[in-house]
Ligand binder design. Sequence first.
Ligand SMILES: Nc1ncnc2c1ncn2[C@@H]1O[C@H](COP(=O)(O)OP(=O)(O)O)[C@@H](O)[C@H]1O
Ligand SMILES: [Mg+2]
Length: 499
Amino acid sequence: MTAKARKAPPRAMAMLESLRGLGYSTAAALADIVDNSISAGASEVRIDFQWDGPDSRVLILDDGRGMSDPELEGAMRLGDKNPLATREAHDLGRFGMGLKTASLSQCRRLTVASVRDGERSCLRWDLDELAADPQSDWLLFEGPADGSERHLNSLDDKASGTLVLWEKLDRIVTAGYTVDDFLTMTAVVETHLAMIFHRLLQGPRARIKLLINNRSVEAWDPFMSGHPSKPWTSPLAPMRTESGPVVAQCHVLPHQDKLTKDEFKQNEGPAGWTAQQGFYVYRNDRLLMAGSWLGLGNSKAWNREEAHRLARIQLDIPNTADADWKIDIRKSIARPPVALRPWLTRLAEDTRERARRVFAYRGTPMPAQRNTPIEQAWRVDHVKDGIRYRIEPTHPAVAAVLDSAGDLAPLIKAMLRVIEESVPVQRIWLDTAENKGTPRTGFSGEPPDAVAPVLRTLFVDMISRRGMSVDAAKRALLSTEPFQNYPALIAGLNGPEAA
Ligand SMILES: Nc1ncnc2c1ncn2[C@@H]1O[C@H](COP(=O)(O)OP(=O)(O)O)[C@@H](O)[C@H]1O
Ligand SMILES: [Mg+2]
């Protein structure tokens, strides 16, 4: 023993109270409890929210392998496992804290009962009972609190499994909290867990069934896998790192116009389209972070912007990389190691650019005929102090007027200048942000009757005034904004003599 040293164990009450402030949301706390069930091999996890005013409670029951009495004691102890230890590959834990910190962030009484090989044990952290006796130190009580025995009944018919019981929900049921708030909170938890565990709930790697108040939780897939209108999915991109392989896959989701109202709502995600863009970091198929640019960027870190809301990138990291990725206790923050940042930045740049083009597709027409550039009606000029929008005088509709203007030419040019100088840029920008969509252009949503007369006028001008053949005029229209989107109408045009 070194000569000069003192023992300074933490004071139990102070320590337990401070650990409550790690900043868990109810949903994140429950996700941590469900992680334990999954790591214990459970195939079914049931969460029950039972409203009873200030005596409301939450129960989490699993059919996993359960714990023997000494195991349960270890599980209830703070810091029983070393975070530096190597974990089994499928283990979702890390710090040896979650069961206690997540639970006590929401409640003052945590009772855990577990059955293994038919033997049942039950231990309890009870902050109020500890506070009542200043000498109690780190006392773990045996068995449920008086009057709470009946809440453990659901474990009776289990050969193995674990029940976590949260009582005295002082951080949830606060003053003025009503049953409606409780129901809203339940819904928020459901949405969150549907996202966090989506891969474990559905698809090739599904491992568990999750029920909230007896209702099955349906997985929420951030990548709209298999949707026919999805514009782009990259191949899987693996990357070797010192702490194991990392795999990325980039996705651009469909434009709002390609989705039904329900699909649009369904796929926006818990926080909405703009907030859900970016990387989705998975560890053992469990989502750690949903929608973040991870502090990446070129000169400064990227924000989540409307224009990139269709970009989502999935990233799988192994649990051997926890230290490298600086996983936090709540498992809601991960930071990429420096060595990976250039690769991730490249992936993100490419995906963001593609997503931006899909988001603004009405502004940047896609040619109906490959390799033929589109005659655009507007041009973007980059000038010293920013950008300006200019009407393209070579666009057939504009050229037709200018060429036949005669004495009217100065007036028409003045009119075009006025239009260019008064493009309602601010207004469009605001409307786009507020309505979460690009305002309509290119005749989208209009009946063919609205397009046909305009199309025909130009067609006739091309043939009679400019002397183009019917075929040449049709080909020209196929690459003229906004008519390139109406190849069927163009195909149906007849020469002026037939009209
Ligand atoms: N539902 C459960 N079923 C079986 N064992 C569990 C369960 N919950 C917790 N445990 C055990 O308790 C230990 C501590 O859990 P926890 O405090 O969440 O930390 P971690 O998950 O990081 O190990 C786990 O490693 C596991 O051995
Ligand atoms: Mg855990």
